[in-house]
Write a protein that binds this ligand. Structure first.
Ligand SMILES: *[C@@H]1O[C@H](CO)[C@@H](O)[C@H](O)[C@H]1NC(C)=O
Ligand SMILES: *[C@@H]1O[C@H](CO)[C@@H](O)[C@H](O)[C@H]1NC(C)=O
Length: 321
């Protein structure tokens, strides 16, 4: 399938669900909407005729190389993805299969999924009180962390019934990845941890920064070509992080994906979350929570903002449910 141009104008922010329900005090609601619209002003660049869209179409200039690179994307292929999967961790497991961890209470699971059809091949349902989060695969073992708990699980990749638990010392369990030696972990802060896979002790932790500003809400992680790539919660951006020092060496702008889904009527989707890397075939996959699609994408370098103000390009998607 040829690359698809998914750049389209951003959807207008939708008020939260409770505002869409009939309410007695219409005047109060109107006032809240006015406040919300006013509050949405910082998001203005994302709307029609947005600067980011124009910016992302600009060819790379021959400006002096900065340490940060910026990327947009081309869609190579799209695959079905379970729209009820609240994707919290995903990775490529070889042979056109994915391993996925899903969240939400009473709906959390660990799954083996067929890439091409999106079909769940094997599923382990977690206890109802467990909210699944990051997942990674090391030596045939799947490591999974859980939201709001210091408890995690290790599964046999060939038989999810064989599992044991561990405890970790991160503040919370959000994302996991591995370089084949250590586990990289995120806990919703700007900290990127390195855990020993045997003892689960924290061996090292760095603070992820872009231009001296901390980058909080590090979420789903993937190890790609020596870097740790992190979804930044509630944004359409992936930070490419040097795990040595926590410096963001690149930003990937993916807002076109969520906008495309939204504009196709998928208004129940949640945020972008989920990066899987097929190292052998150099294939990059991304998806999101409750997204009906998983995309294979290729990155394309673009110029970054002149003033480097990535905050404007990676705003929080809090208006989107
Ligand atoms: C790859 O997956 C297919 C389909 O599930 C299966 O028939 C085949 O045995 C698998 N091959 C390997 C090497 O695991
Ligand atoms: C999976 O592991 C469980 C627990 O050890 C065992 O009872 C079961 O037979 C295994 N299933 C397969 C298909 O190997």
């Amino acid at each position: 399938m040829p690359p698809t141009n998914l750049f389209i104008s951003a959807p207008a922010p939708t008020p939260p669900l409770y505002l869409r329900r009939p309410i007695a005090t219409a005047a109060a609601a109107l006032l809240i909407v006015i406040i919300l619209v006013a509050a949405a002003n910082p998001y203005a660049p994302w709307h029609t005729n947005s600067t980011p869209t124009a910016l992302l179409h600009r060819p790379v200039s021959s400006a002096p190389a900065a340490r940060t690179s910026f990327y947009t994307f081309d869609v190579i292929r799209e695959y079905p993805h379970d729209p009820y999967a609240f994707t919290q961790g995903i990775l490529y497991g070889g042979n056109d299969t994915l391993f996925e961890s899903t969240g939400l209470y009473h709906r959390s699971s660990v799954r083996k999924v067929d890439l091409k059809t999106g079909k769940v091949l094997v599923q382990h349902e977690m206890e109802g009180r467990m909210f699944g989060e990051g997942l990674t695969l090391l030596n045939d073992k799947l490591f999974q962390v859980v939201w709001l708990k210091n408890e995690g699980f290790i599964y046999d990749r060939h038989n999810f019934s064989k599992h044991e638990s561990f405890t970790h010392k991160m503040r919370d369990g959000w994302g996991l990845a591995t370089d084949g030696k250590v586990l990289f972990g995120s806990d919703g802060t700007s900290r990127l941890y390195q855990l020993d896979p045997k003892s689960i002790q924290v061996m090292k932790a760095v603070t992820v920064k872009y231009q001296d500003n901390e980058v909080p809400y590090l979420n789903e992680l993937e190890y790609v070509n020596g870097e740790v790539w992190a979804n930044v919660w509630q944004t359409d951006c992936i930070a490419r992080v040097s795990h040595e020092d926590g410096i963001v060496v690149g930003w990937i702008f993916l807002h076109g994906l969520r906008q495309h889904l939204w504009n196709s009527g998928n208004t129940e989707i949640d945020v972008l979350n989920g990066i899987a890397w097929d190292e052998a075939n150099q294939r990059l996959f991304v998806t999101g929570k409750l997204w009906p699609k998983l995309y294979e994408i290729k990155l394309r370098p673009v110029d970054g903002p002149q003033d480097g103000s990535v905050e404007k390009l990676c705003p929080k998607a809090s208006f989107y449910r």
